[in-house]
Ligand binder design. Structure first.
Ligand code: SF4
Ligand code: SF4
Length: 167
């Protein structure tokens, strides 16, 4: 289905499932001050541009398979900086969830999720990590069965738990 959203612009509709409701008018509050852009480490390195993303979201121009969604480091700096309560990082997180349900979660993120569910770690416990932890006199990283079960329950309560993901 095609939808005219703004004068002269036609985009493929992403459907109500991937369009975010804006009941509190938070997106409409964004006046493009660029404060979030100024503190975004991702934008600094050519990644997501939170202010631009908020505009696209408000105009329903953000596609569920937009790669920019996955370039956010989820540092929350944008949300802390925004004085109008737009909460860009929360919006991006919501869109990621919707993108995941629509089958657009990148493979690298899926692998990370699987590793997390299997080991309790989002990144491999490499030889270097072990060496550095030993040098710092820290315990070895390991998750017992009870911890892994608790993690699995937590994952199940998230969007990730609603998509088929082999452990
Ligand atoms: S989201 Fe907030 S900080 Fe970012 S441009 Fe909009 S009003 Fe400014
Ligand atoms: S949460 Fe994402 S969009 Fe916001 S400042 Fe951090 S990296 Fe940028």
């Amino acid at each position: 289905m095609w939808q005219r959203l703004t004068e002269g612009v036609r985009i493929e509709s992403i459907g109500t499932e991937t369009n975010l409701p804006d009941p509190l008018g938070e997106l409409a509050r964004c006046h493009q001050c660029g404060q979030c852009a100024g503190v975004c480490p991702s934008q600094k390195h050519g990644g997501i541009k939170p202010a631009d993303t908020m505009v696209k979201l408000h105009l329903s121009l953000l596609q569920p398979n937009a790669p920019e969604l996955w370039l956010c480091a989820m540092c929350n700096s944008c949300t802390e900086r925004c004085q109008l309560g737009v909460s860009p990082s929360d919006r991006i997180q919501e869109m990621r969830g919707r993108a995941t349900l629509a089958g657009h979660c990148p493979k690298s993120f899926q692998e990370e999720a699987k590793l997390f569910m299997r080991t309790g770690l989002a990144f491999p416990n490499s030889g270097l990590t072990k060496k550095l932890r030993k040098e710092l006199d820290l315990d070895e990283l390991a998750s017992d069965a009870q911890t892994l079960n608790e993690l699995a329950a937590l994952v199940k309560a998230t969007t990730l738990g609603r998509v088929p993901l082999e452990r």
